[in-house]
Design a protein around this ligand. Structure first.
Ligand code: ZN
Length: 511
């Protein structure tokens, strides 16, 4: 074979692989659109058929991806990929596609479709079971979810811990054996901080619970995230039960929110949070469109971006020096008499509370660690679903010193176990908090003027730095590779603990 025919041969195979990946991505995007519709506008009567439709699309996508022809193309393209520099786009694409292919071929298509239809059905039940405080109605379905989760893990024999294959799906490279000690260290650092804050006089937050009309709340959130850089030409915002971000293409990255007219923080901070996820996806290099590279690299890195915009920026004094006068204009009657300092302290109030998504930055991770531990106990077979509500209460009582009055604000509060598998669902939130501080510290090292710019409502230096260093790469680098490239080191708790101690030490005047 001449060099020329060899190159042609590689081009043909490469084109074939791209064509197949684009088709698979089209099916997955159609499923994502059906999912978005199910959680925003679909009438309740659509539930049963929607579950079936999602299962069909996911089965088709899975069948197409696990076609042995894809494996053959990857084998044939391997020598080409190995000759490219490690960080070449094609090398990364072929490396990642192979990893996904090897994972996907371990799980039968029928099983994938069974998971999809089961979780869609359970989600529908949960949406009424939660307001009705009815754990009994979800219990048998959740038992089935646990069984499916264990079966899923067992398609990956050789794991250290049964949760590892489930964690690996969303946080590649992370394991129970690395996360458990990290979380233990974090818990040990947080517990005295929560205690010291608890000894200070409580912050008055009553003014945040006046009546704030929905339309004005939505307008306030949208104005803030437009300044961050969220592009409404390539996105939109709708209402849902449990806010999320979803993407159908790099030109259509949507966010959702929910509004409580008696809680100013709910919609505002969830909007900032989801916009952080969306900025990541909107910032991915356009040439990755339709391929596995066109996604955030892990749940932890994704969460690092949502938390960075929601907390490090959105709950900072600097941001509110800029934005508070604007918020006062939107809500003059409610906020005119409230000074900036009072507002800032109120939105950063540390309080042992029941709801994870409403939790402050200091106690938030305790909520995550509780769920992570419960997932492990369920998967290990040490805890039965029937005992989960009590185990939940016990954990809250031990870690946070409080108990929910009912299951609605206890075990039924988060959508995750009612819309997906058990295992791997929560660790990303805390990994994200940890990495957000690492990434932000690196951004400040490159551009020490960022905090000053934020006080003037200028976010472009930060946004551009994040896009160039993190967003544009999509899934080209693993979490570990990205951390090394961006921060020069591995995952590290120190910047996060320093951030919390400095910020809350100042707010609560701790010595
Ligand atoms: Zn998030």
């Amino acid at each position: 074979m001449t060099e020329n025919t060899k190159t042609n041969n590689i081009d043909t195979k490469r084109t074939d692989l791209f064509k197949r990946l684009h088709e698979i991505n089209d099916l997955a995007s159609a499923a994502a659109l059906l999912n978005w519709d199910q959680t925003t506008y679909m009438p309740p009567g659509g539930g049963a058929a929607r579950g079936r439709q999602l299962a069909t699309l996911q089965r088709l996508a899975h069948e197409k991806f696990t076609d042995p022809a894809v494996g053959k193309l990857l084998d044939d393209l391997n020598p080409y990929a190995e000759n490219l520099p490690y960080d070449a786009d094609d090398a990364a694409l072929i490396r990642l596609t192979r990893r996904n292919y090897e994972n996907a071929t371990k799980v039968p298509s029928d099983f994938v479709s069974e998971i999809a239809s089961h979780t869609a059905a359970l989600y529908e039940i949960w949406t009424t079971a939660r307001p009705a405080n009815d754990f009994a109605v979800v219990q048998p379905f959740l038992e089935k979810t646990l069984e499916l989760s264990r079966r899923f893990a067992n398609f990956f024999p050789g794991y250290e811990h049964i949760a590892d294959p489930l964690i690996d799906q969303v946080d590649y490279g992370m394991k129970v054996s690395t996360i458990r000690p990290l979380f233990a260290e974090l818990r040990a650092a947080l517990t005295p901080l929560v205690k010291a804050i608890g000894e200070q006089s409580p912050v008055d937050t009553r003014f945040l619970h006046q009546f704030f009309p929905e339309a004005d709340q939505l307008a306030a959130g949208i104005a803030a995230i437009k300044k961050f850089g969220y592009d409404f030409q390539r996105g939109r915002q709708d209402k849902t039960h449990h806010p999320f971000m979803t993407k159908f293409s790099l030109g259509d990255v949507r966010i959702t929110t929910r509004v409580n007219e008696h809680d100013l923080g709910d919609a505002l901070f969830s909007t900032m949070h989801e916009s952080g996820h969306a900025l990541y996806e909107q910032g991915i290099s356009p040439q990755y469109e339709g391929t596995p590279l066109a996604e955030g690299t892990s749940s932890g890195v994704h969460e690092s971006q949502s938390r960075l915009w929601e907390n490090i920026v959105g709950r900072s004094l600097g941001f509110w020096q800029y934005y508070y006068p604007k918020l006062q204009t939107i809500f003059p009657a409610q906020l005119r008499e409230v000074p900036l300092e009072t507002f800032y302290r109120a939105i950063n109030q540390v309080e042992r509370s029941l709801i994870r998504t409403d939790a402050d930055e200091v106690t938030y991770n305790l909520h995550v660690i509780i769920r992570f531990d419960l997932e492990l106990a369920l998967l290990e077979g040490k805890l039965a679903i029937a005992d989960l509500p009590d185990a939940w209460q016990e954990q809250y009582s031990t870690s946070l010193g409080i108990m929910a009055p009912d299951n609605r604000d206890g075990v039924l509060q988060d959508v995750h176990w009612y819309g997906g598998l058990i295992g791997g669902a929560f660790q990303g939130y805390t990994l994200g908090n940890i990495m957000a501080s690492q990434f932000y510290a690196a951004a400040l090292q490159a551009h020490p003027g960022i905090p000053g710019e934020i006080t003037h409502g200028q976010f472009s230096t930060l946004h551009t730095w994040l896009r160039e260093n993190i967003y544009q790469h999509g899934s080209k680098f693993t979490t570990t590779e990205l951390l090394h490239r961006v921060t020069g080191g591995p995952l590290s708790l120190n910047p996060y603990i320093d951030y919390l101690r400095n910020k809350y030490g100042t707010i609560y005047q701790l010595s």
